[in-house]
Every structure is written in C-alpha cells, then in structure tokens.
Design a protein around this ligand. Structure first.
Ligand code: GDP
Length: 199
C-alpha cells in the first residue's frame, strides 16, 4: 500500500471522545520508549507525524490519524510508566481497556516489543488478555537494526517459545526498524489485506 495522505485528526482523553467509528482502525500500543512514534512516522513516511517525545510516556491521549482517507491509525498511550502513581496507573489502564473493548471498528491491534529484550511478563499477560477479549492482534518487534542478525534470530526464537507456551497458534509477527525501514511494506500490506477483507 502506498501512503498518499496522512494527517493528524484528533487527540481524545477518553474512548467516547474518539472520532465516529466509520473507518477500519489499527491501533499501536507498547511500553514507553519502545519506538512507537518512530514506527508510526516510518509507516507514514512522515518525519514528525507522531511526536517523538523526549520524555518517555508523555502522551496519555488516544491519538487518531487519518490515512489515505480510508483508515485510522491510532497511537495509544505507552504503558508501564514507572513514574505514575498506582491510582493513576489504574485509571489509565481502565481507559485503555475500555477503548479496546468498546471500539467497534478496531480491526487490529499492533503490540510493539523491543527486539533487544527478553519477553516481559506483563507484555505476555497483556497479549493473553487481548486474546481472551477476542481482539485480533499482531506483534511488532522494533529496533531490529540495533541487533546483529544472529542475536535477532535468537531473541525471536526465545519470544516464540514463550508464546507457544500459551498459544496454540502464534499471532502474526513483524520485524521492523524505523532506521532501516525494515518491515514497512509487510505491515502496510497486512493492513491493506484486512481493509480489503472488510470492504
Ligand atoms: P516511543 O516512546 O515508543 O514513541 O518511542 P520513540 O519512537 O520516541 O523512540 C524512543 C527512542 O528509540 C528514540 O531515541 C528513537 O530515536 C529510538 N528508536 C526508535 N525506533 C528505532 C529504531 O528502529 N532503530 C533505532 N536504532 N532507534 C530507534
């Protein structure tokens, strides 16, 4: 898919404030600093569409972008801020949960994980929850350029092993790099395929 138009639409503090659910929507989520803004910019071929924030986890809003006038790309707030109080974190989790449960046009959730790290239990738990809710999701491994090919393969096998303990069938996995643009075509083709199936 070629991205011919990409524009920021709106930031919503709550799911009820989001745009009318009249287009398929693809949401991206991950821990702060996982490389989410960089990935979104890379996918859209725009340098500053999603703000790359210097302060990890600065954004706490649901950000909608309109792509090719036909689908929404959604930047969900990063989770796992050490700096938030327990009450704030709970409130935040509720907001994301209600978005995920209530958004009728959510076609796929891309869960981002840093390809350099071992699987994080809370990420695996999150995937388990998403699966239980019946929300289709894929895993996007970010920053692959920071690893040597052997290391990347190793980390990927380790991740797959962990997933296989809980899942009979693995979700689609994408290897990406905002620097080398690896995975751009694959992610966009995947979105296009779903868009076509929904038409
Ligand atoms: P976010 O908090 O998840 O939105 O993460 P950012 O996109 O702001 O990225 C966090 C840091 O990682 C920034 O310094 C980025 O330049 C860097 N980064 C993000 N993606 C990549 C990547 O694919 N390769 C490399 N080498 N660095 C990346």
């Amino acid at each position: 898919m070629r991205v011919t138009e990409a524009s920021f639409l709106t930031s919503s503090p709550n799911p009820k404030d989001c745009p009318a659910p009249n287009k398929p929507e693809y949401a991206f989520i991950g821990r702060s600093n996982v490389g989410k803004s960089s990935l979104l910019n890379m996918l859209c071929d725009r340098k500053k569409l999603a703000k790359i924030s210097g302060t990890p986890g600065k954004t706490r809003l649901i950000n909608h972008f309109l792509i090719n006038n036909s689908w929404y790309m959604v930047d969900l707030p990063g989770y796992g801020y050490a700096k938030l109080s327990k009450t704030e974190r709970e409130k935040f989790k509720k907001m994301i949960d209600s978005y995920l449960k209530e958004r009728p046009n959510l076609a796929n959730l891309f869960i981002l994980v840093d390809s350099r790290h071992d699987p994080i239990q809370s990420d695996l738990d999150f995937m388990q929850n998403i699966g239980t809710l019946g929300i289709p999701f894929s895993i996007v491994f970010t920053k692959t350029d920071k690893l040597k090919p052997g290391q990347l393969e190793n980390n990927l096998s380790k991740y797959k092993e962990h997933l296989s303990e809980e899942w009979e069938e693995l979700p689609p996995l994408f290897l990406t790099s905002a620097t080398s643009r690896l995975g751009r075509e694959e992610v966009l083709a995947y979105i296009e395929k779903i868009n076509q199936s929904l038409r």
